[in-house]
Write a protein that binds this ligand. Structure first.
Ligand SMILES: O=P(O)(O)OC[C@H]1O[C@H](OP(=O)(O)OP(=O)(O)O)[C@H](O)[C@@H]1O
Ligand SMILES: Nc1nc2[nH]cnc2c(=O)[nH]1
Ligand SMILES: [Mg+2]
Length: 160
């Protein structure tokens, strides 16, 4: 279980994805993008627009149930990407690196990039934007919703 949380807003995610696109340009051009579902789908869409890439394949690896890590299973292979030559793999983050390791085995010639990287997964990436402490759980915009918080002055009051 994580000891603390880092909330990423839609604006921040968009800025980080654009920054990743910028550092990816010199590594291209790419024939296509392989988005690691589901977390890589929105970053891949933003990056595809920025680098002008229209061919999008997906790979689905299931490892987590809530915040618990389990046995990884490949639900869908990235058939259109061959051995990955000329392709760019996009995920939202690497944590333990297990997902990245499996996807890299499937696409050994592809470039692997993600927005956020924790220390254990960092060596499995070619490029990332922000490093996050290992014990921090990243809350993506699709994981959260705005919530009413009572004013500080009302805290502990029985008046509701
Ligand atoms: O480096 P790891 O320890 O493997 O963790 C990173 C992976 O975990 C999350 O996906 P998750 O398996 O939760 O599925 P989702 O993308 O469908 O939410 C995240 O989107 C990465 O793909
Ligand atoms: N949302 C989210 N999914 C993860 N999967 C593995 N690590 C994380 C994390 O920090 N946040
Ligand atoms: Mg994922």
């Amino acid at each position: 279980m994580a000891t603390n949380y880092a909330t990423v807003t839609w604006d921040q995610l968009h800025r980080d994805a654009r920054q990743l696109a910028e550092i990816l340009i010199p590594r291209g051009p790419f024939k296509g993008i392989v988005a690691v579902t589901r977390g890589g789908l929105i970053p891949a869409a933003i990056i595809a627009r920025e680098i002008d890439c229209r061919l999008i394949e997906t790979v689905s690896v299931v490892t987590y149930d809530e915040e618990e890590q389990g046995q990884p299973t490949v639900l869908k292979a990235p058939a259109a990407a061959g051995d990955g030559e000329g392709f760019l793999i996009i995920d939202d983050l690497v944590d333990s690196g297990v997902t990245a390791q499996i996807v890299r085995q499937l696409l050994p010639k592809a470039v692997f990039a993600c927005l956020y990287a924790k220390p254990s997964g960092k060596p499995l990436t070619d490029l990332f934007v922000v490093e996050v402490p290992q014990e921090t759980w990243v809350l993506f915009p699709w994981d959260t919703a705005p919530l009413f918080i009572p004013p500080l002055a009302r805290k502990g009051s029985t008046a509701g």
